[in-house]
Write a protein that binds this ligand. Structure first.
Ligand code: G4P
Length: 529
C-alpha cells in the first residue's frame, strides 16, 4: 500500500466526557467492537481488559517507563483506529487539552440523564478551537433518560452544534426497547442482559414482536420529527454532529459508533508548517517522515530520568531505527535542532502486538528519551519542518510558589522554567516583585510539580494562594498593549516565552477591563512556536 493509502485508512480520535458519563466503559467496549480484546460480553471483557492492562504494565516494567494507555491502536474492518486517552477526573490537565490537538475527531459521550455537563463543555471548546469533528454518543439509555429531543436542544443551544441523529431510541430505562436506524429503517432491538439479536425492518411484521403498537407509533413519530439528511461536509467542518444512542455497559450502539467513525470521521489531513522559514503544507502521503510531540510523560520510577515523548506522525512511512531530527519548540536557550535515532519507539497496540515496525500519519508512537524532547517539538528526517507550536491554555488555578530555603531561589527559577518548558505547569513572572506564579488547569498538576521539584531538583516548596484568579494573553496592536500594560503594571507578567500576560483577580475583572480596552483581545489560548 502507498503511504497516502496507509494514512487514509487511519482514524485518530479521542473521547471527551464529563466524569462518570461512561468514557472508560465505552473505551473497553470500543476495543471489544474493534476486536482488540477478544471476549464477548461485558463481564468477560472486563477480565480480558484486565489482562490487556497487565500487558501494558509489562511493557512499562520492561522499559522502566509509564505509558499508562495514552493511546490504543487497533486494526478493524480495513482501518487503523488510534484511540487517544484524554485523562479526566483528577488527572485532568493541560495534557488533556493538548491530546485533542493530535486527534482528527472526537466522540462526545453524554450521560442520557444529564445531558451536557461542565467538563464536556470545557473539552468541547478545545475541539472547537480546531474545528475537530465530533460524534455524539448518548450513553446509559438503559437507565431513565431525558427526552431525546431535550438532549438535541441542549447540544444545539449550549454548543451551537447542529445535531443530526443517525438513530432514534425507543424508550429508555426499563422501557428501553432498541433503536431505529434512520437511514436504513432497520430496527435494532435491545435485549436486557443478553444478546441483542438481529435487526428487523421497521416496516415488517417482525416488528410486532419487538414493540407494542403504541411504542411503535411513538418511535415512528419521533423518528419522523428528528430525521434529516446528514450533512457530511458540515460534520467535517465541525458544525454538525451525528448523534447515536446506546448503552456502553450493555454493548448496545457501540458497533454502530465504531462504524460511524470508520465511515465519516476524517483521516489525517494536511498540516500547516514552516520549512526553512517558509509556510508549507505537510501532506500525510508525503515521503518525508514528520510529526509533532503533543505530550511528554515523566517516568514514574524515580530511579530513571527517562521521559516518554508522544509523537503524532503527520507524514511519511516511519520504520523502526530511523533517524529523525527535532526542531525544538523553543524556550530559552534551546538549540533549534537535535538529531536522534528512534530505535525503540513504542506503538500501542491494544492486542498482542506490542512493537510495530512501521507507522504512518495519524499514528502515535512513544519515544523514550532523556528529557531531550519537549511538548510542541517537531520531528522530521530533514529537521527542517516546523509545526506551529501547540497551544497553551489559560490556567484555571494560579498559585504563588515559594522555596522554603531562600538561598535556593535561583535554583527554583531554573526548575520552574524546566517544568514549564516540559508543559507540566505554566510559569508567570510578574513585572513587579520577585514572585513566581505557577498556573495549571487541574489540581493534580501541582502535586506532580511538588513531587518532581522535591525528587529531581531537591527543592522543598510551598504553594500559596495567589492574588490572581485568571491569566490572559494579550492580542492587538503593540501601542494599545503597551498603554494597557502601563496602566495595569501591577497585574502584568511574562510567561516562559516572554509573552506578556494579564493576571486578573476574577473573570469579572477581565470583562470590566475588556470593555474599557475594546481593541485588546484577552486570549485564553496561546499558540507556541
Ligand atoms: P468515566 O470513565 O466517564 O468516568 O465513566 P465509567 O466508564 O467509569 O462509568 C461510570 C459509571 O457508569 C460506572 O458505574 C459504569 O458502570 C456506569 N456506566 C457506564 N456506561 C453505562 C451504561 O451504558 N449504562 C449504565 N447503566 N451504566 C453505565 P460505577 O457503578 O461507578 O462503576 P462500576 O463498579 O460499575 O465499574
Amino acid at each position: 500500500m502507498s503511504i497516502a493509502t496507509e494514512a487514509a485508512r487511519r482514524r485518530t480520535f479521542a473521547i471527551i466526557s464529563h466524569p462518570d458519563a461512561g468514557k472508560t466503559t465505552l473505551t473497553e467496549n470500543l476495543l471489544l467492537a474493534g476486536g482488540a480484546i477478544r471476549a464477548a460480553g461485558a463481564v468477560r471483557a472486563r477480565g480480558e481488559q484486565r489482562r490487556t492492562r497487565s500487558d501494558w504494565m509489562k511493557i512499562e516494567r520492561e522499559r522502566g517507563i509509564s505509558v499508562s494507555a495514552s493511546v490504543m491502536t487497533f486494526d478493524h474492518a480495513g482501518l487503523m483506529f488510534n484511540l487517544l486517552d484524554t485523562p479526566g477526573h483528577e488527572h485532568f490537565s493541560e495534557d488533556t487539552y493538548r491530546t485533542l490537538t493530535a486527534a482528527n475527531a472526537a466522540v462526545m459521550v453524554l450521560d442520557a440523564a444529564k445531558g451536557i455537563e461542565p467538563q464536556t463543555l470545557k473539552l468541547f471548546e478545545v475541539c472547537r478551537l480546531r474545528d475537530i469533528p465530533i460524534v455524539t454518543f448518548v450513553n446509559k439509555m438503559d437507565r431513565e433518560a431525558l427526552d431525546p429531543f431535550a438532549i438535541l436542544d441542549e447540544i444545539a443551544d449550549k454548543l451551537a452544534l447542529d445535531p443530526t441523529p443517525l438513530y432514534w431510541p425507543a424508550g429508555s430505562g426499563g422501557r428501553f426497547k432498541g433503536m431505529l436506524d434512520l437511514t436504513t429503517r432497520q430496527f435494532q432491538p435491545y435485549q436486557r442482559g443478553g444478546e441483542h439479536g438481529p435487526s428487523v425492518a421497521f416496516e415488517s411484521n417482525a416488528m410486532d414482536d419487538k414493540l407494542r403498537p403504541e411504542e411503535r407509533a411513538e418511535l415512528s413519530d419521533g423518528a419522523e420529527l428528528a430525521g434529516r439528511p446528514f450533512d457530511h461536509q458540515g460534520f467535517l467542518a465541525g458544525a454538525v454532529t451525528p448523534v447515536l444512542f446506546g448503552s456502553a455497559l450493555r454493548h448496545f450502539g457501540v458497533d454502530e459508533l465504531l462504524a460511524t467513525l470508520g465511515r465519516f470521521a476524517p483521516p489525517p489531513g494536511p498540516m500547516t508548517a514552516e520549512r526553512e522559514g517558509k509556510p508549507t503544507q505537510v501532506e500525510p502521503g508525503a515521503e518525508e517522515v514528520s510529526g509533532f510531540v503533543f505530550k511528554v510523560q515523566a517516568n514514574m520510577d524515580p530511579n530513571h530520568r527517562d521521559r516518554i515523548a508522544f509523537l503524532r506522525l503527520t507524514s511519511g512511512k516511519f520504520a523502526r531505527g530511523m533517524k529523525l531530527k527535532a526542531y525544538s519548540a523553543g524556550g530559552k536557550g534551546a538549540p533549534p535542532q537535535r538529531q536522534m535515532s528512534v530505535n525503540a519507539p513504542i506503538l500501542f497496540f491494544a492486542s498482542d502486538r506490542e512493537l510495530a515496525e512501521e507507522a504512518y500519519a495519524g499514528d502515535v508512537m512513544g519515544i523514550p528519551n532523556h528529557g531531550v524532547l519537549r511538548v510542541g517539538d517537531s520531528l522530521s528526517e530533514s529537521g527542517a519542518v516546523r509545526f506551529a507550536g501547540l497551544p497553551n491554555f489559560a490556567p484555571e488555578i494560579l498559585r504563588r510558589v515559594r522555596v522554603k530555603d531562600p538561598l535556593k531561589a535561583k535554583h527554583l527559577k531554573k526548575a520552574l522554567e524546566g517544568l514549564a518548558e516540559e508543559g507540566v505547569t505554566q510559569l508567570f513572572r510578574p513585572e513587579i516583585g520577585s514572585d513566581f506564579i505557577v498556573g495549571a488547569v487541574g489540581q493534580l498538576q501541582f502535586e506532580v510539580m511538588a513531587d518532581r521539584l522535591s525528587n529531581e531538583y531537591v527543592l522543598d516548596v510551598v504553594f500559596e494562594a495567589a492574588p490572581y484568579a485568571e491569566a490572559r494573553w494579550l492580542g492587538g496592536e503593540a501601542a494599545e498593549i503597551e498603554d494597557f500594560a502601563a496602566k495595569h503594571r501591577s497585574a502584568m507578567a511574562r510567561d516562559i516565552d516572554d509573552n506578556i500576560v494579564f493576571l486578573a483577580k476574577s473573570s469579572w475583572e477581565i470583562g470590566y477591563v475588556g470593555e474599557r480596552f475594546p481593541k485588546i483581545r484577552f486570549e485564553r489560548t496561546k499558540e507556541r512556536g
